[in-house]
Write a protein that binds this ligand. Structure first.
Ligand code: UGA
Length: 430
């Protein structure tokens, strides 16, 4: 007996919506992805993918029989049994998540009485499900089930993370809805964990906050390693061998960025504040992350004396390698601080989307790391792009005004860099 294939409407053609839509189609379901951006939909209809995500384009292409894109609400809802809400929930002025796009999707479901369930993948504050439930009830959709089904996919590995997750979290208020969402994931290689809606919403926020905590923690230990002469790479490696602690997310660096950790940690902090409880640990985690970026600039200042008039090359702009995403990238903070100190900023990145990079990159972006550092007083490794391992650093040191480097990702070898003529600094290593 084959599993029942479902008709699914996915709302939002961003990272989450496209990965969800493509993977559900890959699992055999019929999927219509709806977005309100005419540009995105026309690109997708033409067979292009508006974002860079490994494997996503191929998956969309090989499922085109079952996966379509539309601007038209009625086309998306026609025959749909499940509506997946995958819109973005950016921070609002108060630091709470802005749910306006979620509400506009929920409002658009009015009259879709053939729906069996509404599932929310967007990251939302705890309690959102209760409010959506009430809105569905008021819209005459009381019979439609509700599920919180948060995503745990990371950019760059999202397709694989969806198909081989550590867990699929389903928060539902009734068993039939939980079963339906679990069944949609049949074929996915990971355990389904069912709980109530609020708990599922909390799992998402708690997971990202704990990951961010691990990074900020090792970044603080790295700072202390610098002050005491220890080597954080040896420390993190050995700490991580304790299976209770785990080796992941203990890479020290220039601080975490991206579309998730900064937004979600702030949203969790504000969620707590709204209840009158101040999350002290998380506040410190955020503060350590802010400091980490400023400390990078301070290190250059210490090495160069004065940053006014200094020419500084940022190597890597995206928040991590393997993506073109500039959201909350540490490079933007570094550039702003350097410019404020009177430095001249130049940069290189193999993939950052020009439209999303800061205005300063338009005049100062170079085609190679070598070109970006030529004649500069200092270089900062901001993103650990593998291309940087291929650079002939001895040759590049020779074309710099002053060969000073802050390796914000500990990707290069200190002894080799010093032998190549660099004044080399990194994070938490002697
Ligand atoms: C993150 C989570 O890893 C996903 O599980 C989650 O689903 C996703 O957010 C989300 O909420 O949608 P992502 O933002 O794509 O995924 O990127 P990560 O690979 O987690 O990296 C986040 C930041 O932490 C990057 O700036 C990275 O450079 C930094 N990082 C990561 C470190 O500085 N050290 C580490 O050890 C790991």
């Amino acid at each position: 007996v084959g599993k029942p294939n479902r008709q699914v409407a996915v709302f939002g053609a961003g990272y989450i919506g496209l990965v969800t839509g493509a993977c559900l189609a890959e699992l055999g379901h019929r999927v219509v992805v709806r977005d309100i951006s005419a540009d995105k939909i026309s690109l997708l209809k033409a067979g292009d993918v508006p974002i860079y995500e490994p494997g996503l384009g191929d998956m969309i292409a090989r499922n085109k029989e079952r996966l379509t894109f539309t601007l038209d609400l009625r086309e998306a809802l026609d025959g749909a049994e499940v509506a997946y809400v995958c819109v973005d929930t950016p921070p609002s002025a108060s630091g709470d998540a802005d749910l306006s796009k979620v509400w506009s999707v929920v409002r658009s479901l009015e009259g879709a009485s053939h729906l069996k369930a509404v599932a929310v993948k967007s990251t939302v504050p705890v309690g959102t499900g209760t409010r959506v439930r009430a809105a569905l009830d008021a819209a005459g959709l009381a019979h439609v089930g509700y599920a919180a089904n948060p995503e745990f996919t990371a950019e760059g590995t999202a397709v694989n993370d969806f198909m081989h997750p550590d867990r699929i979290v389903v928060g539902a208020s009734d068993e039939a809805t939980a079963r339906l969402i679990a069944e949609l994931h049949e074929g996915v290689d990971g355990p389904v964990v069912v709980m109530d809606v609020r708990s599922a919403e909390m799992v998402k926020l708690a997971s990202n906050a704990l990951l961010a905590t691990k990074i900020s923690f090792i970044n603080e230990i790295a700072t202390l390693c610098e002050k005491t002469g220890a080597d954080v790479e040896d420390v993190a490696g050995a700490v991580g061998l304790d299976h209770r602690l785990g080796r992941h997310f203990l890479r020290p660096g220039i601080g975490w960025g991206g579309s998730c950790f900064p937004k979600d940690s702030e949203a969790l902090r504000q969620l707590a504040n709204n209840t009158g409880y101040h999350l002290q640990l998380l506040s410190a985690v955020i503060e350590v992350n802010n400091l980490q970026k400023r400390r990078a600039v301070q290190k250059l200042k210490d090495a160069l004396g004065d940053l006014a008039g200094a020419r500084v090359a940022l190597l890597g702009l995206t928040f991590k390698p393997g993506t073109d995403d500039m959201r909350e990238a540490p490079s933007a903070v570094l550039a702003a601080r350097l410019l404020a100190e009177g430095a001249e900023v130049r940069c290189w990145d193999p993939m950052a989307r020009p439209a999303e990079t800061e205005p300063w990159t338009s005049t100062s972006r170079h085609a190679s790391p070598e070109a970006a550092v030529e004649g500069a007083d200092a270089a900062i490794v901001v993103t650990e792009w593998p291309q940087l391992r291929e650079v002939d650093w001895a040759q590049t040191a020779a074309v710099m005004r002053r060969p000073v480097m802050f390796d914000g990702r500990n990707m290069l070898d200190p002894a080799e860099m010093r032998a190549a003529g660099w004044t080399y600094m990194s994070v938490g290593r002697p």
